[in-house]
Design a protein around this ligand. Sequence first.
Ligand code: LR7
Ligand code: MN
Length: 566
Amino acid sequence: MRYIKVKHLQYCKIILATSVVWFLLDIFLIMYFFECANPTANCETKVKQTEKQGLLKKIFGFGDKAPTGPGEMGKAVHIPKAEEERMKEMFKINQFNLMASDLISVNRSLPDVRMEACKSKSYENSELDTSVIIVFHNEAWSTLLRTIHSVINRSPRHLLKEIILVDDASEREFLGKPLENYIKNLSVPVHVERMEQRNGLVRARLRGAKRSLGKVLTFLDAHCECTTGWLEPLLEEIRKNRRAVVCPIIDVISDDTFEYITGSDMTWGGFNWKLNFRWYPVSQREMDRRGNDRSLPLRTPTMAGGLFSIHRDYFYEVGSYDSGMDIWGGENLEMSFRIWQCGGEIMIVTCSRVGHVFRKLSPYSWPGGVAKILNTNTRRTVEVWMDSYKEFFYKVNPGVKGTDFGDITERLALREKLQCKPFRWYLQNIYPESQMPLNYAYLGEIRQKATNLCLDSMGRKQGENVGAVGCHNLGGNQVFAFTAKKELQTDDLCLDVSAIGGPVKLFKCHGLSGNQLWEYDKETFALKHVNSKQCLGAPKTGDMPTISTCTGEMSQKWLLKDFEWD
Ligand code: LR7
Ligand code: MN
């Protein structure tokens, strides 16, 4: 009995001792990580990156995958209630949870999020190396450094030529000398270029490209995290086709908790009637082309713009960027149209995955005003690449027409020199699923003949009722197309009725006629819903158009001026 007790006590001591050691080790690691997230501390000189990797390997048995510490393995970081006020204040600085980001190691571990089929692929891409170009304006220390470290930690050394940072006239102390000191000690050459004044991301990227030495250029936003195996499959596609412009799947790093959330491989890039980049489901056509193998690269009509690789020589051959574009926006669609129309291809390489902090608001200033900048950039794209479809765009966005877009002669000359194909070819061959109708009998407002009431999508979403309010002549939500398929379409939504006398709803256009099939009678001004044989009418009050028995009364008369089949 006594023997057992002594033995028991010994066990307790051993357990206690190991717990203490583990506890101290934990504290050491956590303190170490905290310090690395702090701009003034130079953790790289204290413990060299490689030593640290070795240390972690010894302790935990795997490379950089430390299982403890805030945010490790891509986990969410939750800020305690007591700190909430300070957290909210800090959020405003970058429009993401800076407090959470600062708590996470700049070397944090992430899960291998690739689909199984990707893990066994091998690549021959030793002949291409890449310069990674990261432009930033007032980026946070922890997100910028985590981007850099994730590139270094997860890229085969021989494929990574260098990292080039381009500071677009940031106003933060720590992005000056402290950043320069920090990057001196990294295991990969990292350079900083400084723009003399605020230019925007296009000219900053052009500056980075100019001084790069890699055969491939890889652009990343300044708040990304690359995961295992992200680079090899990108370079592989460029090796196979030097005109391939390749993007990873862009996973989501939560702006709130910094949790790493995997995105879908069934999503590709498109655009709406305002020419904003948008994500949409990959078409069945593209799934078929790949024989339903989701691990094969997918051809995407447009790219988001921030994360992609391109052969350096091809980048210049195909017109790099339109340096007339300011600050932010427009360059992603400009490049997408240009690449496709001029003989290249854009792909999302589904075996490559990089996280990006998606924000709801823009954190920085827009010198000259947001509208002016966005309209200028968009008009430059429209005027150079969209041919007669620019009329479509201006009908939907008449307000944009007043913005001066500068000189585009050089860009038009480029298009001529490269013998690029028309926009219509792009819509027909690359993006037939686009909501920009190839042919239509009418485009404009749908006005009730006797009143000043116009159909209006009210900016509502799929499944909601269409509205009718006073005509405003400003395009936007009051522009409808009567398409060649006889749909009444506004952006990617079509007028849809599923019950006799029922409300008129907005549904994704399916192109299969059914409840979305309409007819217009130019003589009687009636808009007839074919399936129900009922006519569109708007109540005298309220804003809810419905269908009812066709009577020819005034409320069922709609003006579609210049309605004409081609
Ligand atoms: O004046 C500026 N100067 C800069 O250097 C404004 C921005 N920047 C930097 C900025 O610090 C950041 O590193 O440029 C980069 C992109 O700016 P963000 O992060 O504010 O842009 P975003 O992520 O909201 O926007 C997307 O669309 C942009 C259109 O111009 C760019 O193409 C971004 O690179 C692009 N980001 C992505 O594609 C990531 C996925 C987002 C989506 C969809
Ligand atoms: Mn971004």
